[in-house]
Design a protein around this ligand. Sequence first.
Ligand SMILES: Cc1cc2nc3c(=O)[nH]c(=O)nc-3n(C[C@H](O)[C@H](O)[C@H](O)COP(=O)(O)OP(=O)(O)OC[C@H]3O[C@@H](n4cnc5c(N)ncnc54)[C@H](O)[C@@H]3O)c2cc1C
Length: 477
Amino acid sequence: MFDVVIVGAGVIGGMLARQLSKYDLKICLLEKENDVAMGASKANSGIVHGGYDPEPGTLKAKLNAEGVQKLYDVADEIHAPYRKNGSFVCAFGTPEEEATVRELYERGLENGIPGLEILTGDEARVLEPALSPAASLVLNVTNAGIVCPYEMTVAAIGNAMDNGTELKVNFAVSDIKKEQDVFVVTSAGGEVVKGRYVVNCAGGYSDRVAAMVGDDFFKIIPRAGEYMLLDKNEGSRVSHTIFQVPSKDGKGILVSPTVDGNLLTGPTATVVESPEATSTTPAGLDAVARLAAKSVPSVNFRQVITSFSGVRASEKSGDFIICPAKSVENMIHVAAIDSPGLTCCVSIADYVIDLLREAGLAMAPRADWCPTRENPHAFREMSDEEKDAYIKEHPAYGKIVCRCETVSEGEIRDAIRRNPPACDIDGVKRRTRSGMGRCQGGFCMPYVMRLISEERGVAMESVTKNGKGSTPLIGKL
Ligand SMILES: Cc1cc2nc3c(=O)[nH]c(=O)nc-3n(C[C@H](O)[C@H](O)[C@H](O)COP(=O)(O)OP(=O)(O)OC[C@H]3O[C@@H](n4cnc5c(N)ncnc54)[C@H](O)[C@@H]3O)c2cc1C
């Protein structure tokens, strides 16, 4: 029997598990896919939003203002890469857009956001020479940053697991019943987990999980965002994240460096039929290229190495829905966590912990809690001399598997062994960047498959790319 069962291993469920693991509690994290970070937390902009955008008085405004520094602090502890690069929100010469920049500045002050300033276009171009000559007024958001969203999720869940949290993947919750004071949570495969408290962090499916206990007071509207990712030789085109003024559809198309040194452009905002509707479209990608060029005309779209789409779990109120269930006691819904949910993952987790405490969950701090996680990129960050010495002791780090991103066999074996273990090719890719480069895995995939096969003791033919049915090999000739 668990004290807390969390449904959904995205950045919200994962960070909640990590923050809850500070207390003497038995925690179980359930995920329907075969790995963590498989929903919106896998495919988003990765921006730490400064907090100027949410309407004052909303939960988003409160948790965004609190969340930025909390996120940086936790990222330091769990070695999730981030960079405080700052963001620009640009008007392009119209009085309406310039008024919006001033409005966002005032709203940011009301939300208590530090380090905001308004720049003229020329002042902004001194800091960001590639910015379009048409940018006329710019909100400079100095506390904003960039993170890798799936690495943040993996790191949070790894730290929670190192502190005793149990992760069950391939556990698609299909039924939740309450028998006296105990929740009986059943998977589509018939597996059962019991817990005293349940937290619904099921992202795009949070309304369906709520319906399992009879709650239907919110409905998720899936909204897709398409992106193009450019090679590292475009990565220093800009140093800030460049936004245009937001519209009713959201924060608009951005141009941003990523923590790994690529350049990201996107996202669009289109209502789609399901949280799984992650295809890209010619029209969507055309719009990304056109609008990104409005902010930064010199972006070289011949350097695109991949395109992808992520689906936001939006709701008509426009705010996060974080509250106790209405039809049953001791369950909390954490729903409609669209942008800036990644930025707010730590502040949301702490807010949920307060709700659990109010619901009667006793939380005694653990004396043996370990806030830190071993740095998975320690080898990558060494000097050449340090690497030489390390390779002499650990030869697997001297064998380069992914040439585009210079990822060694030692790092890949670590990713398959460390919490939460990578179990397929894309899981290795998200943890190590093997296959993330220009060739997109064309060269390294067979080598990665052999390492997964050896480490997990499974046949090469059973190694999957991304879950059930995705085996690249079908047999031996
Ligand atoms: C296009 C786009 C751009 C964004 N940009 C930003 C940004 O720049 N900055 C920012 O702060 N935020 C951004 N966001 C928002 C951010 O990505 C989300 O707020 C965050 O990832 C939500 O995390 P989550 O854990 O709630 O959801 P998810 O990551 O979707 O996780 C939910 C998990 O629940 C699992 N699940 C669902 N149903 C079940 C079930 N029945 N049983 C078991 N498991 C289940 C899913 O498989 C999934 O893994 C963006 C989102 C999108 C889509």
